[in-house]
Each structure stands twice: as structure tokens, then as C-alpha cells.
Design a binder for this molecule. Structure first.
Ligand code: TTP
Ligand code: MG
Length: 359
């Protein structure tokens, strides 16, 4: 049986802000857009969570819920710096580390356990070192697969460790609400509830065929999870799927010429990113978010790999005509390139830099 650890830093961006500015410690801190901007909350300290503030909430709502909170803009370079230090600590225990974002990683320690040691002891040691060396806290989950380790790390947040022993996994999964299952988003959870599937045990009772019938291929995955099986491996090499950039406007835009200008700029940045990594892609995608927050994407796949900003930009302008931009107000435009070549060559360091910052 494998030994998997999932480590997730607590209120990561907000904790780094509190570390760097002692005046913020013990206070509700909100990292993200300014309260009277149209920005969103990236994250907030646990002191602010008591008021109901959470990630992805609009900053104006966060302000209404917690007017005495301190709003700060993110210091992204600093988060990257700390993230590297956290990963350096983890690297002392295994080379099988798969970072999911700046503040979160899976570790497979199966083949790295010293005699008499345990995955739990390693997880505890990593948490202690993060506390002592970096003055930050992390939560950890330990189990025999990735799904259970990640689910476990959330249970005693902040600053906690949870072990899901194989002996107790069956009972744990049976009682787990479907929305906590890996890959089950809001829409899928709603559909499951409509089918009277509320917990792990209901997924198992529904059976493989029923789940495939209603959820397609994903049904197989859900069924396996419900049976305590997750065959995913901790992959130290991240395969990057796309390069993209997007921009939200201060004011909703009608004028198609302005949107074309923005597309040009975004295409330029995306092209630069592709060239820096010496890669190119075949599929160009334009994303538009209208003023009612509905997002759509339009894509085109070219016969050749491209990285040129002109081609990307021209292609997006063409895709723009397939949207309702100009007839409806637009609040966000995004450009991305996927279907990349050299996909398998990318290293872990690249992954860290691709984590998008949602401020
Ligand atoms: P999370 O681990 O989801 O959140 P967290 O570390 O702030 O809090 P928790 O204690 O619950 O783990 O995300 C890690 C960082 O990623 C977070 O500090 C900020 C950033 N982030 C965003 O920028 N936007 C988002 O919507 C989310 C969820 C996270
Ligand atoms: Mg976190």
C-alpha cells in the first residue's frame, strides 16, 4: 500500500502578509482587490473567515461582511519565494513531489521511509519545520491514495494533521458527502443530489453502470473513489496544457475596436510566454465574459504550431466575430494557446510560475 501525504499551507497569501507585516497579525486580512474596485478576494486570514469572507468572493461583498478588515494587494513574488522554500523542505523527504499550486503539494513517501519511521511522522516533521524555519503553518493529510490524503488535509484546518488509516477508509468514504469527492463540482453535485446520491455509500450502491450512464467516463472514476480506489500517481513532472492571459476591465466595454486592441496586447504577452519556453501550440482560444458574468469561449485549431503574436491575435479577432461582443457589454477578455508541442518536457519549476493570480 502506498503512503501519500498532502500538504496545504493555511490561508497562504494572507499568512505571508501577516508574517511580513506584524501589524496585520491577529487581524482579519483580505488579500485581493480593493473593496471599491471590481476585484475579488484571493484569500483571507482565518480571522476574516469568521465573518463569512472567502476566496473568489467580490471584494465589495467582503467589505460589507467585514468592514474593519485590512485589504492588501498580493505580493506574488514573495509567495513564489516562500513556496520554493516549502518545497525545499519537502524535498528532504522524497523526490516524488507534485505541486498543485504555490501552497499545495502531494508527496509519495512509500519508498523513502526510513526503518521505524512512518508517513505520519514525516508529515508532522514537515509541518514542524515549516513552522520553525518559515514561521508559517500548514495542514497535512496522510493516507494510501491521493484523493484521501487531500481530503484529509482539509479536515483539521488550520494547522492540523489528519490520518485516514486504510482500516477506517471504508467508513470514512461511505459517509463523505458527494461534493467532497475529487472532480465533483457544484453542477455534478446538484445532479447527484437529484438522483438521490448524497454520500459515498450512495455512489457505491448506485453501481458502476448507473454512474456511467449518468456521468459518462467520470462515472468510472467516481465509482472507484467510492470503493476507496484512486489509481492516480504522484507525478513530479507537470505537463502544462496551455498558456493564457486575461484582463478584466474597470468598466464594461461595448466598443469592438477597444476589445481588438486588448486582444492584440494579450496575444503579445501570450506569444512572449510561449517563446520564452520555446514552445508553440495549435489551438487558439478566446474567452469573453459578458456583463452578466456569463463566460463563453471560442476556439480554433490550426494545422501548424504557432507562437507568433500576429497569428494569435488575428485568429482571436476572427473568433471575436463569433461572439456577441459589441452587442453585449464585455467585462473580461482572455486569450490562450493550447495543444502545445514539447508538452512532456516541462519541469516542476515551470508549473509554479504558471499558477494564475486571480486578483
Ligand atoms: P487555498 O489553499 O485554496 O487557500 P488558502 O491557502 O488561502 O487557505 P486554506 O487555509 O483554506 O488552505 O489557495 C492557496 C492560495 O491560492 C491562496 O492563499 C490564494 C490563492 N487563491 C487565489 O488567488 N484565488 C482563489 O480563488 C483561491 C481558492 C486561491
Ligand atoms: Mg492553502
Amino acid at each position: 500500500m502506498r503512503k501519500i501525504i498532502h500538504i496545504d499551507m493555511d490561508a497562504f497569501y494572507a499568512s505571508v502578509e501577516q508574517l511580513d507585516n506584524p501589524k496585520l497579525r491577529g487581524k482579519p486580512v483580505i488579500v485581493g482587490g480593493h473593496p471599491n474596485s471590481r476585484g475579488v478576494v484571493s484569500t483571507c486570514s482565518y480571522e476574516a473567515r469568521k465573518y463569512g469572507v472567502h476566496s473568489a468572493m467580490s471584494s465589495s461583498k467582503a467589505y460589507r461582511l467585514c468592514p474593519h478588515a485590512v485589504f492588501v494587494h498580493g505580493h506574488y513574488d514573495r509567495y513564489i519565494e516562500i513556496s520554493k522554500k516549502v518545497q525545499a523542505i519537502m524535498a528532504d523527504y522524497t523526490s516524488l513531489i507534485e505541486p498543485l499550486s504555490l501552497d499545495e503539494a502531494y508527496l509519495d513517501v512509500t519508498d523513502y521511509l526510513a526503518k521505524g519511521s512512518s508517513a505520519t511522522a514525516i508529515a508532522e516533521e514537515i509541518r514542524n519545520r515549516i513552522a520553525q524555519e518559515l514561521h508559517l503553518t500548514a495542514s497535512a493529510g496522510v493516507s494510501y491514495n491521493m484523493f484521501l490524503a487531500k481530503t484529509a488535509s482539509d479536515i483539521k484546518k488550520p494547522n492540523g494533521l489528519t490520518v485516514i488509516h486504510p482500516k477506517y477508509a471504508k467508513e470514512f468514504i461511505e459517509n463523505l458527502p458527494v461534493e467532497r469527492f475529487y472532480g465533483v463540482g457544484k453542477a455534478t453535485a446538484k445532479k447527484m443530489y437529484e438522483l438521490n446520491i448524497k454520500r459515498g455509500m450512495d455512489l457505491k450502491t448506485a453501481g458502476l453502470n448507473f454512474l456511467i450512464e449518468h456521468f459518462g467516463k467520470a462515472g468510472i472514476f467516481y465509482y472507484d473513489l467510492a470503493c476507496g480506489l484512486d489509481h492516480r500517481k504522484v507525478e513530479p513532472y507537470h505537463i502544462r496544457k496551455s498558456y493564457g492571459k486575461e484582463r478584466t476591465f474597470g468598466e464594461d466595454i461595448y466598443d469592438i475596436r477597444v476589445i481588438c486592441q486588448i486582444i492584440k496586447k494579450l496575444s503579445y504577452s501570450v506569444s512572449e510566454m510561449l517563446n520564452e519556453d520555446n514552445t508553440a501550440g495549435k489551438t487558439i482560444t478566446l474567452k469573453i465574459k459578458y456583463d452578466d458574468f456569463v463566460s463563453i469561449t471560442r476556439s480554433k485549431t490550426l494545422p501548424e504550431y504557432v507562437s507568433s503574436h500576429e497569428i494569435i491575435s488575428n485568429c482571436c479577432s476572427e473568433l471575436l466575430s463569433k461572439t456577441e461582443a459589441g452587442k453585449r457589454k464585455v467585462r473580461l477578455v482572455g486569450v490562450s494557446v493550447s495543444g502545445l508541442k514539447n508538452e512532456r518536457d516541462e519541469k516542476v519549476e515551470d508549473k509554479q510560475l504558471t499558477f494564475t493570480f486571480s486578483v
